[in-house]
Write a protein that binds this ligand. Structure first.
Ligand code: MN
Ligand code: MN
Length: 303
């Protein structure tokens, strides 16, 4: 691959899809936070279809504010840029810094894992049956952008960053599948590869079967992945995908963030509705615009 003179990251299309993936996280988070922990029926009763970034929700956020999903993704991205590659201690330090900033929300498994790193410096949580939440998957987009050079390295790094807080076989499998799909979409823009990755996940871990959608949208990684796949594979645009997923309720900011990541990677930044983009907290918008090219440059160095 090093003899390849046309580095994929230099293509404007790859940049557009990479920006789409990271902004997709922020938009799914900001849109979904309004209806997090509501049921689909409650959402329909209140909004008919929830498709505007209006804030509120159980956290009572301002319109366009993002939550832990995007904040942890940005913390991971900042760590990769600071270390100029891959260093788990730097990632852990950025998670600590984020936790000390008194975030508006933090998952239990994330909190426990960050505390453990802070106390004993270990970069891997012990295996735990209760750690099958979606917290490792929701923050992984920066790993993908910095690891476009190799599917194998992406898998290894995804599991490593996941294990800082979540050491659970279904979390690993789901997080890796989402990461590989995002990478394929950014490099090639073809949904066909994603079908294969999803089919392989279901073959290895039948609990992830998502056709027909089993009906749960909780923070359990299996429910989250099923809800995201149902949205991603059954819609034809960024907006349609994210709206379908967040209107399922449950862990809607996180399912929305992950669906936004996949849909943004497939349809690209240019496909994201402007009415959503302009609502996003300007500091978050600036951070994503700053991080994306720097993360892609890390991939490019490694080709
Ligand atoms: Mn959140
Ligand atoms: Mn959530």
């Amino acid at each position: 691959m090093s003899s390849d003179t046309s580095h994929p990251i230099l293509s404007p299309t790859v940049m557009d899809r990479a920006l789409g993936a990271f902004f997709g996280v922020a938009i799914g988070d900001a849109l979904g936070a309004t209806v997090e922990f509501m049921t689909a029926r409650e959402i329909a009763g209140q909004y008919k279809v929830h498709n505007q970034i209006v804030g509120g929700g159980w956290l009572g956020i301002k319109a366009g504010r993002v939550t832990d999903d995007t904040e942890m993704a940005l913390a991971l991205g900042a760590a990769l840029i600071e270390s100029g590659g891959w260093d788990l201690c730097t990632i852990g330090n950025h998670f600590v810094k984020w936790m000390r900033s008194l975030p508006i929300d933090i998952g239990n498994t994330c909190r426990r894992g960050i505390r453990r790193f802070l106390l004993d410096g270990t970069v891997a949580a012990p295996p735990c049956d209760a750690d099958g939440g979606n917290g490792a998957a929701m923050r992984n987009v920066a790993t993908v952008l910095a690891t476009l050079q190799s599917d194998e390295i992406l898998i290894q790094r995804t599991v490593e960053q996941a294990h800082l807080t979540h050491n659970h076989p279904q979390s690993d499998a789901g997080t890796v599948a989402l990461a590989r799909m995002t990478r394929e979409l950014i490099l090639h823009g073809e949904e066909a590869h994603c079908n294969q990755i999803a089919a392989d996940l279901v073959k290895a871990h039948p609990a992830f079967r998502f056709k027909p959608w089993p009906g749960n949208s909780s923070g359990y990684i299996v429910d989250t992945v099923q809800t995201v796949f149902d949205g991603f594979f059954n819609t034809g645009s960024f907006e349609e995908c994210v709206v379908r997923v967040v209107n399922r309720g449950g862990d809607a900011d996180t399912t929305g963030a992950i669906a936004g990541q996949l849909a943004g990677a497939l349809y690209g930044f240019m496909s994201i509705p402007n009415r959503w983009l302009k609502k996003i907290d300007p500091k978050v918008t600036a951070a994503i615009h700053s991080q994306v090219p720097q993360l892609l440059a890390l991939s490019d160095q490694a080709f």
